[in-house]
Design a protein around this ligand. Structure first.
Ligand code: MIC
Ligand code: SF4
Length: 846
């Protein structure tokens, strides 16, 4: 079945024209990334030659995907946006809340019982607002999206950092926080800083033990976890076209691990084959007709240095299999050096568990290649030394690999097949003995290996590799085993070598599935009731955050000065905490409990400035909150790396932290902080990190004239009575400053936009709107126009409004009024135009 074919048709019909215009404005041949971005400009966004890494641009993505752990917060926010339906095709996928313990069947029964309330909530919200719903067990969001929704040249956002996986089918797919998803689902523009472009030229061809995974493991080693920040990575060359579509998906998936905005590949035969195999021949046909627009202009790939900001070249014929880790996905070691590195660094050599699957690597090809190794265990008289597990990416993959005998092969080496869900990848793994916190090694084909991520044990050394390498290492039970050169001793005492893995790219007999696990939404969801119990400990309706008080912030405490890596896993742990993803107050009890305190090098132990005692981070912050005291969090480089979870931004906001001050941010987290009304600040001089002392108090100065590109000042009051001032930078634009002032983007939206927003389409009668806006905008102040539009909009929604929403609107109105005064003249004119246009649309509809 092909979903949303009309939407794809309409986009493809418009793309050639939009691309031609963009090429003229940019004045040179275009990369694929630029073609997709320029073809998705929001209708209010003026076409111009955007400056990469500088210009904020408004886009209209084609679709939105959400997974259960982030969808709860996204949809709680969406519910207060007052829309009857989502403005673009959207889906929810239940994949993160299933604990892997005994096996797929039982684990699913348990999850359906334990998380019933959450699944019911997600199902009914989806039903009401026109969102496609994928039940628990249907599969992992990114695999399901690749199989059903991704299409070449499309643009999507998803509330999960690995949304980028869809780049394997030639999309620009970007991971975002829930508040961003709300914008798009409400029909508003979605803003992104126009990315820089990194070109990766792949020459040669994959062979033997090397797989697509090794390409990204190598790239991660080159670029590190920060190297892709603010950039789209575009892969091209003979090596790219010769690899499978799902292999491309794996490469794009792990682009999240280098901080890239997204990664993508030009449309080619592998994509057409995959579309056909997954029942979307129509999409392949449509794509074939405009295929020159679904890849870069030929000049670009012929002279990449002229068109990309950075170019990397990798020869696949010479690429070695890699294993990355421990504790960070960019510590890349070629297999030939692994033994010596492990010995040198004291990594435990015994492999306890090998885990394959996940959203990153559970294609038919991956599983087939891993199974070809598992088969050799019996054939060569071997015995698998490590525990072995599989988490298939979707029911379609699971059903097909079972039909084709692979599951049987894995069972023969004692494997455990977990549910089609995230499971061990996100710490939803009830691993026997993990609580003993012993030092041990595991290898997996997932994408992240941050400390404690998989089993909650900080002493688990997790390494990331291809499914085939993971399988080989699990068979050998030895991290130092190089399957290319080494032999194993079999049960008969003979030396045997594993033959290189083999496997079909796509199933020869086609994919098959009985029940894919999809639930279509009601045509008219207006009578569907969404229930949230006020006594629930899993779900909590959102109360709006308070708007900015209009003054500089004085007397802030230091909650924690985090040392070293501080990912979203450190800020808002997953695993057992996933359970509270729909309950802001409860999940706030995990705030920063994984971060290391600079002063005592301990985890979850910070000084309470009120008592002088050390206590857990959330407790200390709650103590400050109880006294009405704000605080700041100080961090190191790439703060907030990893997940898209906006809880990492909402929790500090909820508990009264006012600013996060770091050496540098990861993209999604920085945006999430801005969206939730927090101050996301960076040291102008990174050395100033050393000036922050444990007992300091802080003022943030300059907020009354908070404006784009104008740094703020942090006054540090030391406990010895001395003070010093340092400069702190920010990247807020006028719109984002409005969010800060309103208390959050949602507050700002409640007041001005949502109620009047129409789905962004390029077909609006621009002329008439322009006339009115010129006349009106010239005469009226922004304040008046905003107010008028609000009034009309408010009337319309009032009927449906809930008390929380009313409060939000009130606060936001107030903030919006302040904001509209503060924004620059130019922006004011622009936004007045928008408001007039929206108000007019609303009048028409009435
Ligand atoms: C992850 O891989 O870390 C997650 C869990 O999928 C997250 C989303 C989340 O925290 O819910 C992600 O990558 O965005
Ligand atoms: Fe799930 Fe892991 Fe993929 Fe995140 S990376 S979506 S947790 S399988």
């Amino acid at each position: 079945m092909t979903f949303d074919l009309d939407m794809i048709k309409a986009l493809y019909a418009a793309m050639p024209g939009r691309i031609a215009k963009a090429r003229t404005v940019v004045g040179k041949p275009l990369t694929l990334s630029e073609k997709i971005l320029y073809a998705h400009l929001h209708s209010d966004q003026k076409l111009q030659n955007f400056e990469r890494g500088k210009s904020y641009v408004d886009f209209s993505p084609d679709r939105v995907a959400m997974q259960d752990a982030t969808a709860q917060m996204a949809l709680l926010q969406f519910m207060s946006a007052g829309r009857a339906k989502v403005a673009v095709p959207s889906t929810v996928h239940c994949d993160h809340l299933i604990v892997a313990k005994t096996g797929a069947k039982d684990d699913l029964i348990v999850a359906n019982k334990e998380s019933k309330e959450v699944f019911d909530f997600l199902s009914s919200v989806s039903n009401k607002y026109g969102i496609g719903f994928w039940r628990p067990g249907a599969g992992i969001i990114h695999q399901v999206v690749l199989e059903n929704y991704a299409f070449p040249g499309g643009m999507m956002i998803g509330t999960d950092s690995h949304t980028v996986n869809a780049g394997g089918l030639g999309m620009v797919a970007i991971g975002v926080g829930g508040a961003d998803a709300v914008d798009v689902m409400a029909g508003m523009a979605w803003e992104l800083k126009f990315p820089k472009l990194i070109g990766v030229k792949l020459t040669g061809k994959l062979n033997g033990w090397t797989s697509a995974k090794d390409v990204i493991l190598k790239v991660a080693g080159i670029l590190t976890v920060k190297g892709g920040t603010g950039a789209i990575v575009e892969y091209f060359g003979e090596g790219a076209t010769s690899m499978s579509c799902t292999g491309k998906g794996t490469i794009c998936n792990m682009g999240a691990e280098i901080g890239a905005t997204t990664s993508t590949f030009g449309y080619d035969d592998s994509m057409a084959r995959y579309l056909v195999a997954t029942g979307r021949a129509e999409v392949a046909e449509l794509a074939n007709k405009i295929k020159e627009h679904l890849t870069a202009d030929p000049e670009v790939y012929a002279n990449p240095e002229k068109y990309f900001d950075q170019v990397i070249e990798i020869n696949l014929s010479e690429l070695e299999p890699h294993l990355n880790g421990p504790f960070t996905p960019d510590l890349a070691t070629p297999i030939s050096k692994l033994k010596s590195e492990a010995e040198k660094n004291g990594w435990p050599l015994k492999v306890e568990v090998g885990l394959i699957g996940s959203c990153t690597n559970s294609s038919y090809e991956d599983i087939a290649r891993a199974a070809s190794l598992a088969k050799q265990v019996a054939e060569k008289g071997l015995k698998t030394k490590a525990v072995f597990t599989i988490t298939p990416g979707s029911e379609q993959v699971r059903y097909t690999i079972e039909r084709d005998g692979f599951i049987d092969t894995f069972n023969k080496i004692g494997a455990k097949v977990f549910a089609n869900a995230c499971g061990p990848c996100i710490g939803m793994w009830s691993r026997v003995g993990a609580e003993r916190k012993e030092k041990n090694t595991i290898v997996h084909s997932f994408n992240r290996n941050f400390q404690s991520r998989n089993d909650g044990n900080p002493n688990t050394f997790a390494f990331v590799g291809s499914p085939e390498l993971v399988t080989a290492l699990a068979i050998a039970g030895d991290l130092g085993f190089n399957p290319i050169t080494d032999s194993l001793t079999n049960e008969q005492g003979q030396q045997v070598k594993l033959d290189p893995p083999t496997g079909d790219e796509l199933p020869a007999k086609g994919f098959d599935v009985k029940d894919p696990g999809y639930q279509a939404p009601a045509k008219d969801g207006s009578s569907v009731v969404v229930k949230v119990s006020p006594t629930s400990d899993r779900l909590q309706l959102l109360a709006p955050f308070k708007p900015w008080e209009g003054t500089d912030l004085k007397g802030l405490r230091l909650l924690i000065k985090a040392k070293g890596k501080c990912t979203t896993d450190h800020i808002s742990m997953a695993g057992k905490w996933l359970k509270y993803r729909g309950h802001l107050d409860n999940i706030s009890n995990n705030l920063l409990i994984g971060a290391t305190n600079f002063y005592n090098e301990k985890i979850n132990s910070v000084k309470n400035g009120l008592t002088g005692e050390y206590d857990e981070v959330p407790k200390v912050q709650r103590a400050y909150k109880a006294q009405g005291l704000g605080s700041i969090v100080v961090g190191d480089e790439n703060y907030g790396e990893g997940s898209s979870r906006e809880h990492a931004a909402m929790e500090p906001r909820h508990l009264g932290v006012r600013a996060i001050l770091v050496k540098s941010f990861a993209r999604i987290h920085e945006t999430n902080l801005k969206k939730q009304g927090m101050l996301a600040l960076t040291f102008a001089n990174k050395e100033d990190y050393n000036k922050i002392k444990e007992d300091d108090k802080f003022d943030i100065v300059g907020l009354t004239t908070f404006s784009p590109e104008k740094p703020l000042t942090l006054v540090i009051h030391h406990s010895d009575g001395s003070s010093e001032s340092i400069t702190v930078n920010h990247t807020y634009n006028a719109n984002q400053i409005a969010w800060f002032k309103a208390g959050s983007a949602l507050n700002a939206m409640g007041a001005t936009k949502t109620k009047t927003a129409a789905p962004a389409k390029k077909t609006k009668p621009k002329k008439a709107v322009k006339k009115i806006s010129k006349k009106t905008a010239a005469k009226k102040t922004v304040k008046k126009v905003v107010k008028k539009a609000q009034k009309k909009a408010a009337k319309k929604v009032q009927k449906k409004a809930k008390p929380a929403k009313k409060a939000a609107r009130k606060l936001a109105k107030k903030a919006a009024r302040k904001t509209s005064k503060a924004i620059s003249k130019k922006t004011a004119k622009k936004s007045s135009k928008r408001v007039v246009k929206k108000a007019k649309n609303l009048k028409k509809k009435k």
